[in-house]
Design a protein around this ligand. Structure first.
Ligand code: GMT
Length: 369
């Protein structure tokens, strides 16, 4: 098939999922065209069958807000004409689903450009419930040839918040279990100082509550030797590091910023911490799980669907409870090992790339008819 994929290139799960999907689809023999306003971080060079198309948004002095949605619709139509695309798959509803609808309308015939919209989370839970975006987004979802959500939680939330008169199919996110895999590490007692390594990876937006990760860590490192590695960057970075300073643990917190080789860093950790206020899925937790790194996460959104019983869930906004759950795992090597093995197994059985990408292929085949 000839597939067009649209995504945001910036830090954030939806761009990662879309890019990994473009690569996987190309590797499965499809001709894939990836459209974005910048080159996504995860996009490797030289993948046969995969082409990148830049969406250029011009900034005229008159435009305080350049109309990205129009530029995208035009680019989609151009790529459709150039490459004879069979189906478009837009990741993140706002405004990508609206641009897809516009492109299809400009095409003049609904059959010429079917599109699938995948909801990722904040497009529904945060941004979507903004009045300014609600009606066009609901309209574009109803006009999509298929709508998918990355968790059951998000599918239900979409019906609840948007009242969409359309089935929202659940297709979970996936992980490359060959790339995200465990590495041999020394048992704690053989390490200098018996140090445990905790990790958190996100885009440091307020919804991630990264300061709570540090609060939990501050309590943990009072009980056992530990270090916290922070991966990613975003608006809450300075506040998060300031909290670490205030709590007297900044010398044990390492902020690595944006990293391309997350697959090399995650397996070096003993535990992943996630303190999000809302999380439709939690892709980094899945990547950690695939590396055999258990998680302690807030019990929000779709996190329980991802972790099953391979991690621990604690109430939101209770860093002390997060610290206690983490300490239980980090002081019991047998429990840690059990969770690690179960997590890796769960990633392989439920979330491996081929299994999930095949579900999308079936949806494409259906909408193309
Ligand atoms: O919050 C982010 O990390 C960005 C956002 C996005 O769409 O770019 O992530 C959402 O999509 C990810 C991939 O499907 C999910 O793993 C995240 O849980 C989800 N974020 C939230 O729901 C807050």
């Amino acid at each position: 098939m000839r597939i067009g994929i649209v995504c945001y290139p910036t830090v954030g799960g939806s761009g990662v999922v879309a890019t990994e999907m473009a690569i996987a689809l190309a590797q499965r023999g499809h001709e894939v065209h990836l459209l974005s306003y910048d080159r996504p971080g995860r996009l490797r060079r030289g993948v046969p069958g995969l082409r990148f198309h830049l969406v250029q948004v011009s900034a005229y002095p008159l435009f305080r807000y350049p109309p990205y949605d129009l530029a995208l619709a035009t680019r989609m139509l151009e790529v459709r004409e150039e490459a004879d695309i069979d189906v478009f798959h837009v990741h993140y509803a706002i405004p990508h689903a609206v641009s897809a609808f516009l492109a299809r309308s400009m095409c003049g015939d609904n059959a010429c450009m079917p599109f699938v919209t995948t909801l990722h989370g904040t497009d529904i839970t945060v941004v979507g419930s903004d009045r300014a975006y609600m009606r066009p987004t609901r309209f574009a979802l109803e006009q999509s040839n298929a709508v998918t959500a990355v968790s059951r939680y998000l599918a239900e939330e979409t019906q609840l918040v948007f009242g969409v008169r359309k089935e929202v199919e659940v297709v979970h996110n996936f992980v490359d279990v060959e790339r995200f895999k465990p590495v041999a590490r020394k048992p704690w007692r053989e390490r200098p100082d018996e140090e445990r390594v905790l990790v958190h990876a996100s885009n440091f937006r307020p919804v991630k509550r990264t300061a709570d990760v540090v609060r939990a860590f501050a309590a943990i490192q009072k009980q056992i030797p530990a270090r916290l590695v922070l991966i990613g960057d975003g608006p809450d970075r300075d506040h998060t590091l300031a909290v670490a300073s205030d709590l007297g643990c900044i010398d044990k917190v390492e902020h690595l910023g944006m990293q391309e080789n997350v697959q090399d860093l995650l397996p070096q950790a003993d535990l992943f911490l996630s303190a999000s206020e809302t999380e439709s899925f939690g892709l980094s937790m899945l990547e950690a799980m695939s590396c055999g790194v258990p998680s302690v996460s807030t019990d929000v959104g779709g996190c329980s669907e991802v972790l099953g019983d391979t991690g621990r869930l604690v109430p939101f906004n209770q860093p002390e409870a997060m610290a206690q759950a983490a300490l239980k795992i980090l002081t019991d090597e047998a429990l840690h090992q059990r969770l690690s093995v179960a997590g890796r197994q769960r990633a392989i059985e439920h979330f491996a790339t081929d299994r999930i990408v095949a579900q999308y292929e079936a949806i494409y085949a259906r909408v193309v008819g």
